[in-house]
Design a protein around this ligand. Structure first.
Ligand code: BGC
Length: 516
């Protein structure tokens, strides 16, 4: 899924010939549409659920509660409705199911067909949502979008990693996260403008606009060829070689082609990647495949991504100001991602993780104090001064930037570079699934948590940020500049993981055992 760019790197210092051809460039554009689709969905629902005409039509109870709200009422519970959050969260449950199925479709029918199915499902979902008349149509629409995202996110990053020249893989991985943040930002901007439509029909456009990236990905998938690795996997070696010549822009591809065939054979020799992954010497990879996406979601970032407008309304902003503020936080999210793109290969992963964690922690404490001081436990703030709004939005922006150059992109990059080929597909599926489960959970329980935990909600996430920073400090070795094939060395040299990971010769023996 997002960012699962996986590849060979410089195998034993090998340099394959080939340049960044137009064909590869077009492929990356399609990948960007995959990221945009995901980001657009992450960013759109919060704004739509804060539009009064939308609430009135689909969630009249929430709307009535909202209308009858007096300043002296408990503001924390203003949007507490399980059916309202289901509108947001259902998508991620569907994406989870789809990404599990999509891993087989990707293997058997190729990456392209999976992308095409993703685009079609997504288009259908956008249509259902844009013309929805009843809540069930909204939920069905969201589920179709989720199936689409599951397919696209499983296939697009793998496809890109397979066609991109190895030199550009790291950067392309981060481009995918950048596309996600741009998708979120575009959704925030469109919500802001569509909410202003006098006839109250803006939500149709917000939801229907998702059709645009869907059409792009469909067109892309129709015209793009399948990746050489996928063709080899399906026994079409000659076609694979021709394709490799085209995408590399040179006929000097023999060495890369030979390596692709070998890689495919050795990964096919591992009959049970799931069982293999459970073996003791893959423990660091298994732990990271679960812990990294889990912690990424427990930063609390998606409370902002999904519910910034709801949150801003809860703390006293008007509908317009709420949408404007989430547009600002969305903009900071996209811009700050560049910091990661430009620094990740220089300062390394660990420093970014730790700095981002410290920044998020401090902001969460400040935001908690700000909300606690005005809203207390009864959720009744009285009149809020204007400086207060600037103060809260400012700290939310600093928090978002901390995430955008640490756990956002690295939450996808690090897992994708630490999985060895023989367990890559299984580990990547776990990574994606854990991410989707917790994205779903946060989306589903946020309004209820806010209602019950009040300002303590931010302390809850702050505690997790502390734990995850400790985890990175103690357990994650630096992977900057380490070729993927040599990654096992970082575990062998690590003070804790070395007892799990065998030396290279022992590992080679283990692989032989596996293939028997
Ligand atoms: C995360 C999403 C999040 C987004 C925010 C991604 O890396 O997986 O859950 O909404 O970043 O920019």
């Amino acid at each position: 899924m997002a960012g699962g760019l996986i590849g060979k790197g410089t195998a034993n210092g090998k340099q394959y010939p080939g340049k960044l051809t137009f064909r590869v460039f077009v492929t990356c554009m399609v990948a960007a549409f995959g990221g945009l689709i995901f980001g657009y969905d992450l960013g759109i629902s919060g704004g739509v659920t804060s539009m009064d005409p939308f609430l009135k039509k689909f969630f009249p109870d929430v709307y009535a509660k909202e209308m009858n709200m007096k300043p002296s009422d408990n503001q924390y519970c203003r949007f507490d409705s399980q059916i309202l959050t289901l509108f947001t969260s259902s998508l991620y449950l569907a994406a989870l199911v789809a990404s599990l199925c999509a891993s087989s479709i990707t293997r058997i029918f190729g990456r392209r067909l999976t992308m095409l199915s993703g685009g079609i499902l997504f288009l259908a979902g956008a249509g259902f949502n844009a013309f929805a008349q009843k809540v069930w149509m909204l939920i069905v629409g969201r589920m179709l979008l989720g199936f689409g995202i599951g397919c696209a996110n499983q296939s697009v990053p793998i496809y890109v990693s397979e066609v991109a020249p190895y030199k550009y893989r790291g950067a392309l991985n981060m481009m995918f996260q950048l596309a996600i943040t741009i998708g979120i930002f575009v959704a925030n901007v469109l919500n802001y403008f569509f909410a202003k439509m006098k006839n109250g029909e803006g939500w149709h456009y917000s939801l229907g606009f998702a059709a645009v990236p869907a059409v792009m990905i469909i067109i892309g998938a129709i015209f793009l060829p399948d990746s050489p690795s996928s063709l080899i996997e399906r026994g079409k070696d000659e076609k694979a070689k021709q394709e490799l010549i085209k995408i590399r822009g040179t006929s000097d591809v023999d060495e890369e082609f030979k390596d692709l065939v070998e890689a495919s054979q050795s990964s096919m020799a591992v009959k049970h990647p799931w069982a293999t992954l459970l073996k003791r010497h893959y423990r660091p990879q298994l732990v990271m495949a679960i812990a990294i996406p889990f912690f990424q979601q427990l930063t609390g970032m998606n409370v902002i991504t999904f519910y910034a407008p709801v949150l801003f309304r809860t703390i006293g902003f008007g509908s317009n100001a709420s949408l404007m503020s989430s547009m600002i936080t969305g903009g900071f999210n996209a811009l700050a991602t560049f910091v990661s793109i430009f620094t990740v290969d220089k300062v390394g992963r660990r420093k970014l993780f730790l700095e981002g964690g410290a920044q998020m922690f401090i902001c969460q404490i400040v935001i908690t104090a700000a909300i606690a001081s005005k809203f207390g436990v009864d959720g009744n703030p009285g009149m809020l001064p204007i400086w207060y709004a600037f103060f809260v939005v400012g700290f939310i922006c600093i928090y978002v930037m901390g995430f955008a150059w640490s756990w956002g992109p690295l939450g996808w990059l690090v897992p994708s570079e630490i999985f060895p080929l023989e367990v890559r597909s299984a580990a990547q599926s776990i990574n994606v699934s854990v991410n989707m489960i917790f994205t779903f959970a946060i989306a589903q329980v946020f309004t209820s948590m806010l209602c019950h935990m009040k300002f303590g909600l931010f302390i809850f996430f702050a505690c997790f940020v502390l734990v995850m920073s400790g985890f990175i400090y103690k357990f994650l070795p630096e992977t900057k500049g380490v070729p993927i094939e040599e990654m096992s060395v970082v575990w062998q040299n690590h003070s804790y993981w070395k007892k799990f990971v065998k030396s290279a010769s022992e590992e080679a023996n283990a692989k032989v055992d596996n293939s028997c």
